[in-house]
Write a protein that binds this ligand. Structure first.
Ligand SMILES: [Zn+2]
Ligand SMILES: [Zn+2]
Length: 354
């Protein structure tokens, strides 16, 4: 069996398309399952009934529940480093380096940024009902949750100092520092959050919202429940599109390879037909020679192929018109050029001698 005509690049494309399609399909299924579970999640209010409800539930736990409330620290509070009277329950301090990097291909300077330092501080906090009331839900492991959007409370850009020698250095190294961006972000006290996760009533009668034990996604977001649902639904569509695009890339590669195989098969069949035609021609001619020549001589016949000097000349090369080769020698030519005049052979036609 013939080797399948596929290049290394095509194999890599096919492999990556297969791998990415699989990955996107996995993410799509996972997101779809999350959305289905989210749609069925119980939406509970933070009030006295919540405690009673959990008390009556087997295991004092609701597997996947939605609660909405405002943040309130349990004891201490985090103070902003830069803004007075700005308090929060989660604080993130980031220092980013901004620089320009010379792109040799595009011959231009490209923006680049890199986090060089990040620190996150948290204090234990509760969610309380925005309508008041003494009941609260303690938020456990808030940093494990997805969807948490911080409020930027401070931002300052420190420009890098640049002298003449620095400038020369930048052009030589291909890196131009722009400066450092210092930011402070917070989840403020009193911010409205929607929490989606496992709700448990512990032995001290504290209601806790924690990451679900079976790997379901834990959410803590400033968006309301319907917006979270919409966001998740749009990401299902996104994974679907990615999956379709990567599968399509794989299908295109397969189609290209199949087309090439088909062309090669056609070419081979054509050559085989040609060979058979020349063979039958040769058989006819050798019969004529045997009949016409009186006695065998070792001399090369006048119309012998200029390459093998044994078979008769049987190909007319176009467009130069030379008749100098047998079909076997023509097939053995390394380049499609006439052995007599070196001009390109565009077509070969069999020579019929009557
Ligand atoms: Zn020959
Ligand atoms: Zn020629």
């Amino acid at each position: 069996m013939d080797k399948i005509p596929v290049s290394t690049l095509e194999l890599i494309c096919l492999g990556s398309s297969f791998a990415f399609s699989g990955l996107f399909y996995y993410l799509y299924r996972k997101k779809k399952a999350t959305v289905n579970i989210l749609k069925g999640a119980s939406q509970l209010q933070i009030n006295d009934q919540l405690v009673e409800f959990l008390n009556d539930t087997p295991g004092k736990c609701v597997h996947y529940a939605v609660v909405e409330g405002v943040t309130r620290p349990v004891k201490e509070v985090l103070h902003s480093h830069y803004q007075d009277k700005c308090n929060g329950v989660i604080q993130r301090l980031i220092l980013k380096e901004h620089k320009l990097i010379w792109n040799h291909l595009a011959r231009s300077w490209n923006e680049s940024e890199r986090i060089i330092h990040q620190r996150v501080n948290t204090v234990p906090f509760d969610l309380v009902s925005s309508y008041g009331g003494r009941r609260s839900v303690r938020v456990i492991s808030p940093l494990e949750a997805s969807g948490l959007e911080f409020d930027t409370v401070y931002e300052r850009f420190h420009q890098a100092a640049q002298g003449l020698t620095d400038l020369i250095g930048h052009y030589l190294s291909g890196e131009k520092p722009k400066g450092f961006l210092e930011t402070e972000e917070m989840i403020r006290v009193g911010a409205t959050l929607t929490g989606i996760g496992e709700l448990v009533l512990d032995s001290d009668k504290i209601v806790k919202l924690q990451p679900p034990r079976d790997g379901l996604e834990y959410f803590l977001s400033t968006l309301d429940f319907s917006s979270i649902l919409k966001q998740q639904e749009s990401s299902i569509r996104l994974w679907k599109v990615f999956m379709a695009v990567s599968s399509l890339a794989g299908i295109v590669v397969v189609a290209v390879v199949l087309r090439r195989m088909y062309c090669q098969f056609n070419e081979k069949t054509e050559q085989e037909e040609m060979r058979r035609k020349y063979e039958s021609l040769r058989v006819g001619e050798s019969g004529d020679v045997a009949g016409g020549a009186a006695g065998g001589t070792n001399e090369t016949p006048e119309n012998a192929c200029v390459i093998c000097l044994s078979n008769p000349r049987e190909c007319v090369f176009l467009s130069c018109g030379h008749v100098c080769c047998c079909y076997d020698c023509f097939r053995a030519l390394l380049t499609p050029s006439c052995p007599m005049c070196r001009s390109l052979i565009v077509r070969v036609v069999p020579l019929y001698q009557a």
